[in-house]
Design a binder for this molecule. Structure first.
Ligand code: URA
Length: 205
């Protein structure tokens, strides 16, 4: 399937299941270096808050569900800490398959490049259009690149106007897992970002 860009994308599907079923026929998405497993977004249509990560990791690839590994646990914990049940949100990724290289038997995560992000951008656009969240949270740089042009450095933690909705940029939770020093401080700031997004989406938190 040809690449499509966010602003010029046609409206292609009327439901999420229809959108996700279409991937089975889409061999063009099985680029070298990617898993065959497509991990769709999860949550309810109409969820007020949409959280967008980078791509499925090893655990997500094995289970077919987004954010179920260590980064997902950290996301769940921080949402719960501000009084948001993840089940009331919609969770997805900018890229829908795990990109990795093999080292022996280990599958090592590879960061998606601009072409990978562009190839999957229309999925994200369709998810946003069909779910209709009030606030979209970009978790880290890949999600931000997928959503166009917002800078984590300059715009982090603010509710920005974006495509008729609000967008908040914050870190990816896996960044916290890599921190040795000052993780508590960084996690508190991440939680505060989530709280601002949740309030903007209408949660009483
Ligand atoms: N990291 C992501 O960005 N997404 C997942 O689903 C899991 C880990």
């Amino acid at each position: 399937m040809a690449e499509r860009h966010f602003s010029t994308l046609p409206e292609l599907f009327s439901t999420l299941p229809e959108l996700y079923r279409s991937e089975a026929a889409d061999d063009a998405l099985r680029a070298p270096g990617f898993s065959d497993i497509f991990v769709p977004g999860e949550g309810e249509v109409g969820a007020p808050l949409m959280l967008i990560g980078e791509q499925p990791g090893n655990q997500e690839d094995l289970t077919g569900h987004p954010f179920v590994g260590p980064a997902g646990h950290l996301l769940d914990e921080n949402l719960a800490a501000i009084g948001v049940d993840r089940m009331t949100t919609f969770v997805t990724n900018a890229v829908k398959r795990f990109k990795f290289t093999l080292r022996g038997k280990r599958r090592l995560h590879q960061t998606p490049n601009a072409g990978d992000i562009a190839r999957y951008r229309w999925w994200l656009k369709e998810e946003v259009r069909l779910v209709k969240p009030r606030v979209v949270v970009a978790l880290g740089r890949t999600a931000l690149r997928a959503l166009d042009g917002v800078s984590l450095k300059n715009d982090r933690g603010a509710l920005l106007s974006w495509n008729g909705r609000k967008l908040l940029a914050t870190i990816h939770p896996s960044y916290l897992l890599r921190l040795h020093d000052r993780r508590d401080e960084a996690e508190a700031r991440f939680r505060e970002d989530l709280r601002i997004a949740a309030r903007g989406a209408g949660y009483g938190v």
